[in-house]
Design a protein around this ligand. Structure first.
Ligand SMILES: [Zn+2]
Length: 188
């Protein structure tokens, strides 16, 4: 093997090593900045839902450091040209403002307002828990606009998915539901 070939192999190995060395922070930044987030809009002081461009953040981290820009905001297209000052909140604590984490923290430690079953943290494979409105209408948390969640957490109660299904059936087909008083002896 000639010296030239050896040098070429060494250069290729070095380039591959450098690529992997830079790819790790790139991939990490991509996963860190994925997902819908809730921020407090500096202009309105209200909760808004935003998405960071995770691909751009990953590429930025691959080349030097993550570059953060919004890909979506619930105030767009009206405020599409704003200064994106809310990115500081995301940079300061990317995990804390993820909608999934905010919702999970809200349900954790609570019990279903109807059947009193304990509700834990969210799991991706489980049925989504729901919210019970003061008028007894129920809605899955995934079916409401993320920016409305902070207000709904003050007015609604947490319920499990089973109770949400039962309440929905009761509301949609009241003619098919017979209300009976609970009689413990019948259960034996
Ligand atoms: Zn329940």
């Amino acid at each position: 093997m000639s010296i030239t070939v050896l040098i070429a192999i060494a250069a290729l190995a070095l380039a591959a090593g450098l690529f992997i060395f830079r790819a790790i922070p790139g991939v990490r930044a991509f996963f860190d900045f994925r997902g819908k987030r809730l921020i407090t809009c500096p202009e309105t002081n209200k909760a808004e839902a935003v998405d960071v461009d995770a691909v751009e953040a990953g590429l930025g981290a691959f080349l030097s450091e993550p570059t953060l820009h919004l890909k979506e905001c619930s105030r767009w297209p009206e405020r599409q040209n704003c200064g994106q000052e809310c990115l500081k909140q995301i940079e300061a604590d990317p995990e804390n403002c993820l909608v999934w984490n905010i919702v999970s923290r809200w349900y954790e430690g609570k019990t279903c307002a109807l059947c009193h079953k304990p509700l834990g943290r969210l799991h991706h494979l489980d049925h989504a828990p729901a919210l019970l409105a003061p008028d007894r209408k129920t809605v899955e948390w995934t079916d409401v606009l993320p920016q409305q969640l902070p207000d709904l957490f003050n007015t609604h109660k947490p319920i499990c998915w089973n109770c949400h299904v039962t309440e929905t059936f009761r509301r949609v087909h009241p003619e098919l539901v017979t209300e009976r008083e609970y009689e413990p002896k019948r259960m034996r």
